[in-house]
Write a protein that binds this ligand. Structure first.
Ligand SMILES: C[S@@+](CC[C@H](N)C(=O)[O-])C[C@H]1O[C@@H](n2cnc3c(N)ncnc32)[C@H](O)[C@@H]1O
Length: 278
């Protein structure tokens, strides 16, 4: 499909640029994304048409390119997204993990494509609600995303009414948020539980990152099989023994990295590494 105002060469250039910088694959079936999202960006930045916007992107690999990649990235997220993964955390994953960590009191949970923070704040609230025994542990909640814009927003912990209406039980809104003008702000004690950082998953990860639980949800879908394979292998190498991997509902390790096993009898698929030895 041709994209309004762009040559075929422009579209190929954009696809390659986004792939190189973020690993996101925009195939031809998603050309409508290029059109609708870039038209909005062109309007916001006062470009007369998409052609002149892309001409500037070709000349400048800095700000305008970052804005373009932001515009083509999907940041859709919500509190307690899909519900069941959070049931699995509450009933299947966290209880044995917390029991096993009584001595070290160490627990690290990584939201590896966190968008505006709803996912990791859901985990933080779940810990507060269900596992009060870890309140005084140095629990490390680490949340990263390629997008500086969403990380900045997430770190503020401020959400619009529409956002708190999505997935967040009313009782939790009352308990863990306070009004901030027309918006809602997550209370400081929850916000301070999380460290947000900009991180492109294709780049190096922090050398000391040894998570017990990795939430790599609703991001693998945008990548090629080779990138999925590479990321699943890297997660395998950093995950602590006995750790858990959670993916989005349309994502799986099956047929991509079969070193992972699906937890049996779970309310929702999540993955772990078989223990070696007898
Ligand atoms: C659809 S959101 C998923 C948010 C959350 N995990 C969830 O499931 O609700 C996908 C996020 O992946 C991020 N992302 C895309 N490519 C990335 C990359 N190469 N490295 C890190 N994050 C990336 C996007 O910026 C976006 O915020």
């Amino acid at each position: 499909m041709a994209v309004n105002g762009l040559t075929e060469a422009d579209v190929v250039f954009l696809r390659e640029l986004v792939l190189r910088r973020s690993a996101i694959v925009i195939d031809e079936s998603k050309d409508y994304l290029i059109e609708t999202r870039l038209e909005k960006l062109a309007r916001d930045l006062n470009y007369a048409n998409l052609g002149t916007l892309v001409a500037d992107v070709r000349r400048d690999s800095g700000t305008i390119t970052r804005q373009l990649i932001e515009a083509l990235t999907t940041h859709e997220t919500l509190f307690f997204r899909d519900v069941r993964p959070f049931d699995a955390l509450k009933r299947e994953i966290l209880p044995p993990m917390i029991a096993a960590r009584q001595a070290s009191r160490q627990l690290t949970i990584w939201s590896a494509a966190c968008s505006t923070g709803q996912e990791i704040f859901s985990v933080a609230m779940l810990l507060r609600e269900q596992f009060p025994e870890v309140v005084n542990w140095p629990v490390r909640l680490y949340a990263t995303d390629i997008s500086g814009q969403v990380i900045e927003r997430a770190a503020q912990g401020r959400f619009q009414q529409l956002e708190v209406n999505r997935g967040l039980p009313a009782a939790m809104l009352v308990k863990y948020f306070e009004r901030d003008g027309v918006d809602w702000k997550i209370k400081d004690d929850i916000r301070r539980m999380v460290r947000f950082e900009q991180l492109n998953l294709l780049h190096n990860w922090p050398a000391d990152l040894r998570p017990d639980i990795v939430l790599l949800r609703n991001v693998l879908i945008y990548f090629s099989v080779a990138t999925k394979k590479e990321l699943l292998t890297r997660v395998r190498h950093v995950l602590r023994p006995g750790g858990a991997l959670m993916l989005g509902s349309a994502e799986t390790t099956l047929g991509i990295d079969d070193s992972w096993e699906r937890a049996p009898d779970s309310v929702t698929p999540w993955y772990r590494l078989p223990r070696s030895g007898p």
